[in-house]
Design a protein around this ligand. Structure first.
Ligand SMILES: Nc1ncnc2c1ncn2[C@@H]1O[C@H](COP(=O)(O)OP(=O)(O)OP(=O)(O)O)[C@@H](O)[C@H]1O
Length: 235
């Protein structure tokens, strides 16, 4: 295994949702999906609404089980197949290698925004003071007013919550980042900051797989688009 090996290799991936509350109706989403993602590359999952982009991203993160295929993630000197990894291995993979930035912040009651953002760094062993300073710098770049930093984000606006979420998702180094619509509720100025942050990640060698509905953002950061309809058609 070398550094030029893909960070993520998906092969022969198939999934059919079985709707148990609908007399077991079968809803195929993907069949035989395969692609590679390299370090430093940003790849968008493309295709119309309902094509299976979110489902595919959730399979890569290990949230959805797959019926067939492999999802190989390079984890230091090892390779982990997300499709078959046991939960503890998956948690370790998520802790050190595979990050996920969703559209929505999962709010932790009573924890202020600054601590929400600093937490992944503290988990990596960074001293609290340094982690908090870096969290503040990132929140400042994302134009989150300082008066909000100590407050729990539960009552923040949609765009404020999303910026806290992006900061939390990007603050620590993870070689593989999955992003689901990271700029959905942001204004133009903050979208531009997120574009810069994504470019910095790419320069740091991070491989990014994401859903970017905003065409301007997609064109700015993505090196190519994988059309999920190709996989859906086979399903
Ligand atoms: N948990 C689930 N159970 C059953 N069906 C699901 C589930 N998740 C997704 N689907 C179905 O799978 C198909 C693909 O959905 P998915 O959300 O992956 O599409 P998408 O390309 O991300 O769409 P959008 O761009 O609208 O977000 C849809 O028909 C959807 O109804």
């Amino acid at each position: 295994m070398t550094q030029t090996d893909p960070i993520l290799t998906v092969a022969g991936l198939s999934k059919t949702f079985i709707l148990h509350l609908r007399e077991g109706a079968r809803l195929p989403v993907v069949a035989g999906a395969g692609f590679e993602l390299h370090a430093g590359e940003c790849v968008a999952l493309g295709g119309p609404s309902g094509a299976g982009k979110s489902s595919l991203l959730k399979m890569v993160y290990g949230n959805y089980r797959v019926d067939a295929g492999t999802i190989q993630v390079r984890d230091g000197d090892e390779t982990v197949d997300v499709a078959t990894a046991d939960p503890r291995r998956l948690i370790r993979l998520r802790g050190q290698t595979m990050g996920y930035v969703s559209q929505f912040l999962r709010v932790i009651p009573r924890v202020g925004a600054l601590d929400v953002v600093a937490e992944p760094l503290i988990g990596d062993g960074v001293a609290r003071e340094e982690a908090t300073a870096r969290a503040g710098a990132l929140l400042a770049r994302l134009n989150l007013p300082e008066r909000l930093w100590q407050l729990p984000p539960a009552t923040f606006s949609g765009g404020e919550q999303q910026r806290v979420n992006i900061a939390r998702g990007l603050i620590a180094h993870r070689p593989l980042l999955l992003m689901d619509e990271p700029t959905a509720s942001l204004d133009a100025a903050n979208r531009a900051v997120v574009v810069e942050l994504i470019e910095e990640k790419k320069r740091a060698g991070v491989g990014i797989l994401g859903i970017f509905h905003d065409a301007e953002v997609r064109e700015a950061v993505c090196d190519r688009v994988i059309d999920v309809t190709e996989f859906a058609r086979a399903a």
